[in-house]
Ligand binder design. Structure first.
Ligand code: GLV
Ligand code: MG
Length: 339
C-alpha cells in the first residue's frame, strides 16, 4: 500500500501555477467500470497496470436496483485487487441529492478507505457541496483510523456548477481535479443535443459568400460545443493547482472523432479523460502523453535558451522566456510519465 509520501509528490515547475498535492503519476485515463456487472468486474484485474485510474462507478449508468450490488461489488474488488504502483482506484459516488450517497461514502471509506485514492462527486453545484463531502470524509476517515486523506474530484455538469467553477476548484485542499460532464451539462443547459460528449453536425459556421453571392458553394466548419466550458474549467483548475479532465465520449465506434475531442482537450490544458471502452484507453494514452517530436523540440528550446531569459531564433521562429515555459510544461509531463 502506498504511503502519503509516495502519493503526494510536490512539483517543481517554473512558471505556471504549481500544482498542489497531486498523485505522483498523471491520470491520462480514468477508466470506468460497473462493479455490479460481473463481466466488467471480472476484467478489472487485467486492467491493473495498463490504465492510470480504475474507477468503480456507482452513479448514472448503474440501474437503481443495482446500486447496492455496485457498492458491495466495489468493496469486494478493492479488497481483492492489488492495483500496484501505477494504477489508482477511484469511485464515482451517487449525487448528493440521491438516497444512496450517504451509504456510498460511509461504506466505502469504512470498508476500503485505505485503498481508495479519489472520490468523484457528480453534479457539483458549488463549493458548499465540496465542503460537505470534505467534512464527511474527514469524519469517516477519523473513525476508520485512516491517515492518508482521500481526495475529491468534481464533475462539472450543471449550469450552476459552471458558474461556480473557480470556487469549486478552490473549495478544499482535497480537490484533485474537475471533469467535464457533457451529457448532464447539455441537459441542464437545455441544449438541443442527444449525445454523450463530442461534436454535433449542426453546430457550424459557414464561410462568407464570395462577392455577396449567397447561392455559391461555401465551406462549413463544425465548431466545438465544449470549448467554452473546457476553457473555463482549465483556468479554474490552473488557478488552484489541480487537474482538469475531459469526460465521457459516448460514441464508442467513432474512434476518430473521439481522438479529435481528446486532443482538443489536451491542447487546451486537460491532463486526461474518462474512458468507457478499451479502445478509448489506447487513444487516451496516445493523446495525453506528449509526442516524441514535442519532447525533442522542447529540449532543443530549453538548450537554446541557456539561462532561460532573452530570445533566440530556432528554425526561423522566435523563442523566448514564454515559449520556454510552455516547453517546460511538456517536459515536466514527459518526466512524470516516465518516472
Ligand atoms: C457525465 O457524467 C456526463 O453527464 O457527461
Ligand atoms: Mg453525468
Amino acid at each position: 500500500m502506498r504511503s502519503a509520501k509516495d502519493f503526494f509528490t510536490p512539483l517543481a515547475v517554473g512558471a505556471p501555477t504549481p500544482l498542489r498535492e497531486v498523485p505522483a503519476r498523471p491520470s491520462r485515463m480514468i477508466h470506468f467500470f460497473d462493479p455490479s456487472n460481473p463481466k466488467m468486474a471480472s476484467k478489472v484485474p487485467q486492467l491493473v497496470g495498463s490504465v492510470d485510474v480504475l474507477l468503480g462507478n456507482l452513479e448514472d449508468a448503474v440501474k437503481a436496483e443495482n446500486k447496492e450490488a455496485a457498492r458491495a461489488g466495489l468493496v469486494e474488488i478493492a479488497r481483492s485487487t492489488d492495483v500496484g504502483e501505477h494504477t489508482q482506484l477511484w469511485t464515482r459516488v451517487n449525487s448528493l441529492d440521491s438516497p444512496w450517497v450517504l451509504d456510498d461514502l460511509t461504506t466505502l471509506v469504512t470498508e476500503v478507505g485505505d485503498r481508495l485514492d479519489v472520490v468523484m462527486v457528480p453534479k457539483v453545484q458549488g463549493p458548499e457541496d465540496i465542503h460537505y463531502v470534505d467534512r464527511l470524509l474527514a469524519q469517516l476517515e477519523a473513525r476508520a483510523g485512516l491517515t492518508r486523506p482521500i481526495l475529491v474530484h468534481a464533475i462539472l455538469e450543471t449550469a450552476r456548477g459552471v458558474a461556480n467553477v473557480e470556487a469549486i476548484a478552490g473549495a478544499s485542499p482535497r480537490m484533485q481535479g474537475i471533469s467535464l460532464g457533457p451529457a448532464d451539462l447539455a441537459a441542464d443547459r437545455r441544449m438541443k443535443t442527444t449525445r454523450v460528449g463530442g461534436g454535433h453536425p449542426g453546430y457550424l459556421v459557414r464561410q462568407d459568400p464570395v462577392a455577396g453571392d449567397i447561392s455559391g458553394e461555401r465551406a462549413t466548419y463544425q465548431q466545438d460545443l465544449w470549448h467554452y466550458t473546457i476553457a473555463r474549467m482549465v483556468d479554474a483548475c490552473a488557478m488552484h493547482g489541480i487537474f482538469p479532465y475531459y469526460g465521457p465520449f459516448g460514441d464508442i465506434a467513432d474512434v476518430v472523432a473521439c481522438e479529435d475531442q481528446f486532443r482538443n482537450a489536451f491542447l487546451l490544458g486537460c491532463v486526461g479523460t474518462w474512458t468507457l471502452h478499451p479502445a478509448q484507453i489506447t487513444i487516451a494514452k496516445r493523446v495525453f502523453s506528449p509526442s516524441a517530436e514535442d519532447v525533442a523540440h522542447a529540449r532543443r528550446v530549453r538548450a537554446a535558451m541557456g539561462d532561460g531569459t532573452g530570445a533566440v531564433m530556432l528554425d526561423g521562429k522566435m523563442e523566448d522566456d514564454a515559449s520556454l515555459k510552455q516547453c517546460l510544461v511538456i517536459l515536466e509531463l514527459a518526466d512524470r510519465l516516465s518516472a
